[in-house]
Design a protein around this ligand. Structure first.
Ligand code: NAG
Ligand code: NAG
Length: 308
């Protein structure tokens, strides 16, 4: 096993060495296949880029299927250290992806309230879903930024945020000037809609905005004020792990650094969680390692995809 130091009560990061007393597992919720070309391989999937993103920061990955019972999700929750809600094209209120996300969202609220730190990260559709879960409504509007890399319009809050804490000054500058964030969305949450919704205003700080093709200023990065919940309308994982030349994936040194630092940030949030499997055999079976990704470069924008 990977016990480093049996310090249950102090799971705090010490700069010189890690004191986390167990192996780290972050979970990725499987996404529903909507693309026709992908349907022959399975009904749910996780692009391998998200798996590599989490693994790159030193966490293992456990995929979560969408067909389990609430009791089974509660069981999984007590064994994982964070949850990543990925992009896709799925209904934000009626899909299984939304239903299962809501179960984990509620468990995470309760756990964090009780001092049991549990981070959630939403990317693209995952971020949109977080705003639906917090506000109880789908407040999205058209804010197309489809296949374009953009700099971020950082708010004042970005400079005291947890997400960008410790970013070198040069990267903070680059983030505002260079196209480091890949956008692949039709919808977005407008700044206006955000500012008119009390639940969202109380829950999240706006870290950055961008402007869609139609001129709508949309929220591109959010951070929970009280909860370790984070959202990006853009895709940090593509910077290092996707290469389709027809798609605007930022691969510059600053883009790589950004992707890397955010992966480390999220995994480090998971290090504060003490959830763990009690049965190593069960753990081994549940991890992503028992699945094999499919080469997908000739039928999708992804190089590799895990199907379930
Ligand atoms: C950046 O955001 C500020 C505050 O919302 C806004 O006034 C400004 O127009 C935005 N700039 C760009 C380039 O989007
Ligand atoms: C993609 O490439 C793989 C490996 O060469 C091949 O088996 C598969 O049939 C191809 N799929 C399509 C849709 O062209």
């Amino acid at each position: 096993n990977c016990v480093v130091k049996p310090l249950k009560e102090t799971c705090i990061f010490v700069p010189q060495f890690e004191t986390v007393p167990r192996c780290l597992n972050n979970s990725i919720l499987t996404q529903i296949v909507s693309d026709e070309a992908m349907k022959q391989y399975g009904s749910t999937y996780i692009p391998a880029s998200y798996v590599k993103y989490i693994e790159s920061a030193g966490s293992r990955v456990m995929p979560i299927k969408l067909t389990l019972s609430t009791a089974e999700y509660e069981n999984i929750f007590s064994r994982i250290n964070g949850l990543l809600l990925i992009g896709g094209a799925t209904d934000l209120e009626t899909s299984d992806f939304a239903r299962v996300s809501k179960i984990f969202y509620r468990l995470a609220l309760k756990a964090n309230d009780a001092g049991d730190h549990f981070p959630i990260w939403g990317t693209c559709l995952g971020m949109q879903l977080l705003t639906v879960l917090v506000s109880g409504h789908n407040l999205l509007t058209t804010a197309t930024a489809e296949n374009v890399a953009l700099p971020l319009n950082l708010t004042q809050a970005a400079f005291s945020s947890r997400m960008f804490q410790g970013f070198p000054e040069e990267l903070m500058q680059a983030l505002q000037r260079e196209p480091l964030t890949g956008h692949f969305h039709h919808y977005g949450l407008s700044l206006k809609a955000f500012n008119q919704n009390k639940e969202l205003m109380n829950f999240f700080s706006v870290i950055s905005t961008n402007v869609g093709e139609n001129g709508v200023q949309f929220i591109s990065t959010i951070e929970g004020k009280r909860y370790p919940f984070y959202g990006v309308q853009w895709h940090p994982e593509v910077n290092r792990f996707q290469w389709d030349s027809k798609l605007s994936f930022p691969h510059s040194p600053h883009a790589i650094q950004l992707s890397s630092l955010l992966a480390h940030f999220f995994v480090n949030e998971g290090r504060k969680s003490l959830h763990e499997f009690d049965d190593p055999k069960e753990e081994a079976l549940k991890l992503i390692y028992s699945y094999t990704p499919v080469f997908a470069g000739n039928f999708s924008g992804y190089e590799q995809i895990y199907f379930f």
